[in-house]
Ligand binder design. Structure first.
Ligand SMILES: *Cc1c(COP(=O)(O)O)cnc(C)c1O
Length: 369
């Protein structure tokens, strides 16, 4: 038996009839871009999150850079973000010419709120919160800092669809919540997709203008925009998936509960759970000083894993120009060396879960060379 880190086909077959029916409906409709599937999805996704408005865009990265663009954050401005994030979070900032200011994470893999204030300068314009791996970041202190320094708040919810802090959904704390519907995400399309949510009518209008070449009225362009629209077929298929979101989230949670109860080892540690936050388990991440050996060992037993992420953005070649060096963010760099995500997906069988648990519990460093 081969167990892969993710199985997107399982998510399809779970609701195959509904997906196929919707795909055919859109194909036969003759309308493929910015139509009723997109506007219905926008309404339904806004309702799901508790936000007033939603605008579909082409992908999660576009949601992020368009968010900073419509907030007017660019050259000369600084945006605070955790150092241990997916590089797209950082690109959302730098595409606009703004400068990312990195902050070390806490033991929950989210930004360490106690280290934010020391990074605030005259140029700081916003904080980007990443609800990494699917666990909501505690927002009290962050909201307080944003209020005190008059900062904008953007949330990267690409991994946190449905995760809440104190009963409020991620993406609704700040000015704009940014989502990705890349197929592997908790709410996944069958190709690229993304969206922003907001309570601000002007922001949603501006995003809708930017996503469509900067035009509100056809062939009259107010700003230099982008072509970043959610396709009708993706929106239709996302509506199907969204209608099952509660069940899908619960299923992942059940897998996580089993992992948390049954995984026991002195050689790795389990994810830590935050009080007041929910975790939607986009990834189930282990921390191990023996990480690379553990990956090899699992590989030999046909169990696949992924590292999220092996190179922190400040050490990435793309960001050499920011001038950071090894050692600048020791906690982040330690995570990059020590974390590993184990198989976790909708449709994972009990047998697959048990195989993963047993293999992990039998791991002893140095014994499997
Ligand atoms: C996936 C992801 C993105 C980017 O989304 P795309 O749709 O792939 O562009 C941004 N931030 C985080 C944290 C992600 O996981």
């Amino acid at each position: 038996m081969k167990i892969m880190p993710n199985r997107m086909d399982r998510g399809f077959y779970k609701y195959q009839d509904e997906f196929e029916k919707k795909a055919l409906e859109v194909l036969r409709s003759g309308w493929y871009v910015l139509g009723k599937e997109v506007s219905s999805f926008e309404e339904e996704f806004a309702a799901y999150t508790g936000a007033k408005y939603c605008a579909g865009v082409g992908n999660g990265l576009d949601a992020l850079w368009l968010a900073f663009r419509v907030l007017g954050i660019g050259e000369g401005d600084e945006v605070i973000v955790q150092a241990n994030t997916y590089i797209a979070s950082v690109m959302g900032i730098t595409i606009n010419g703004a400068t990312p200011v990195f902050v070390e994470p806490d033991e929950y893999y989210g930004i360490d709120a106690d280290r934010i204030e020391e990074k605030i300068t005259q140029r700081t314009k916003a904080i980007l919160i990443v609800h990494l791996y699917g666990q909501a970041t505690p927002m009290d202190k962050i909201m307080e800092i944003c209020g005190k320094y008059n900062l904008r708040l953007v949330e990267d919810c690409a991994q946190s669809h449905g995760a809440c802090y104190k009963g409020k959904m991620t993406g609704t704390f700040g000015d704009i919540g940014c989502f990705s519907f890349y197929p592997s995400k908790n709410l996944g399309a069958f190709g690229d997709g993304g969206a922003i949510i907001t309570d601000d009518e002007q922001i949603v209008k501006d995003i809708r203008m930017y996503r469509n070449y900067g035009s509100e009225k056809r062939y009259y362009n107010k700003v230099v925009g982008a072509n970043s629209r959610l396709d009708e077929i993706q929106a239709g298929l996302l509506r199907v998936r969204l209608s099952h979101m509660e069940e899908l989230t619960k299923e992942k949670e059940q897998i996580a509960v089993r992992y948390m109860k049954q995984l026991k080892s002195p050689y790795f540690s389990l994810p830590k759970l935050l009080e007041g936050a929910t975790h939607v388990w986009h990834q189930f991440v282990l921390y191990s000083p023996y990480r690379d050996e553990l990956i090899d060992y699992l590989n030999k037993q046909n169990i696949g894993t992924i590292i999220h992420y092996p190179v922190p953005p400040h050490l990435s070649e793309a960001y050499e120009y920011l001038g950071f060096h090894k050692g600048d963010f020791p906690i982040t760099e330690d995570y990059a060396k020590s974390v590993v995500s184990i198989p976790m997906y909708n449709g994972m069988t009990k047998e697959e879960q048990e195989t993963v648990i047993q293999a992990l519990n039998e791991f002893v460093p140095g014994e499997h060379k």
